[in-house]
Design a protein around this ligand. Sequence first.
Ligand code: COA
Length: 380
Amino acid sequence: MTEPDIRKGLNGVVADYTAVSKVNPETNSLLYRGYPVQELAEHCTFEEVAYLLWNGELPNAQELADFRGGCMANRDIDEELIQVINFLPKDCHPMDVLRTAVSYLGTHDPEKFTTDVAHLQSIGRQLLAKLPTIVATDIRRRQGKEYIAPSKEKGFSENFLWMVFGDEKSPANIPSDIEAFEKTMILYAEHSFNASTFTARTIASTMSDGWSAITGAIGALKGPLHGGANEFVMHHMEEIGDPAKAEEWCLNKLKNKELVMGFGHRVYKKGDSRVPTMEAAFKKLAAEHPEKDSQKWVEMYDIMAKTMYENTSINIRPNLDFPSGPAYYILGFDIEFFTPLFVMSRITGWTAHIIEQFENNSLIRPLSAYNGPDERHVEK
Ligand code: COA
């Protein structure tokens, strides 16, 4: 009998076509609908990028105004959802709150089984608008602070930072902080058939609904090998504590064959195309916030990157989570909220892929090779 060609983790398997984004590991490039992500991060707002991912083209001024207006109008969450959030344990992971909140919103959609593009875009638009409100509500209730209702005028990032921090020292009042946060949103928005997107597509492929697909994707993103890595990066950095200990810490991890989070990538083997943009934003933020002991994290970042590169046979490099972890920390977020911030961005990519899956659907159902016991019979 010939051995089946098993690709563990579907490594190297091309599962379908997509027109949403292209990752080229050879040239270290990531294109959203053809545009290099670093150009989008330089010249566009996150809302323009969301529009691009869902519609295939960047919006003109009128299209953008309509899109932003639609998003802003959807920012409120109802009193019942606030109660649902308040009912959940304060020590559960914030990704569990997000997963529950999205699932709750899905129960209120009478047309949820519609695969119509306009309806799917409306689910995406509602979540793009409401996820920041949900995350901010969860952050503040854990800190024993009052809920701040969303603004109907501020831009995406400014509104979110204001809902979270709300006071005069808020990053919402510092344009360069808003800019750095917005860059993370653009860089995290889309990345082809990553694990959570593939989960969303798999759920959509059963002709289930968009809410279920996104709820499942949140579960997949939570894992430390995927989105959860940005939290572990900062836990690692806190554990190291002192840049002088960073090299030895990394070498020990490598010697013990343990993972250093924020390094390596399933697709990029010569460096993650998003890292240079995010690294620059992180270092700029650090320089602007010396009061947060930020230089320490920059030094540690550089030593860890150098040590991992020089001491691995495949020259492992950082992925996007490595600079975004300490950037979120400097902005003032609690570590356990880093992955929910990723969700606020990746909702755009997930929605684009769910639409694409429905447009040309085929049930995703791979085969398995059985290696359990031979046929046997119940003896009673
Ligand atoms: N720390 C230490 N060693 C690592 C590593 C890391 N972050 N990433 C990969 N390696 C090692 C692997 O253990 C493997 O070693 P081996 O050959 O002795 O078994 C070798 O490098 C090659 O790994 P590779 O095949 O390139 O990894 P993968 O494609 O199976 O996994 C990840 C990719 C992302 C899952 C993996 O790099 C990882 O777990 N990184 C940490 C989590 C993370 O940052 N995730 C966010 C991804 S955007």
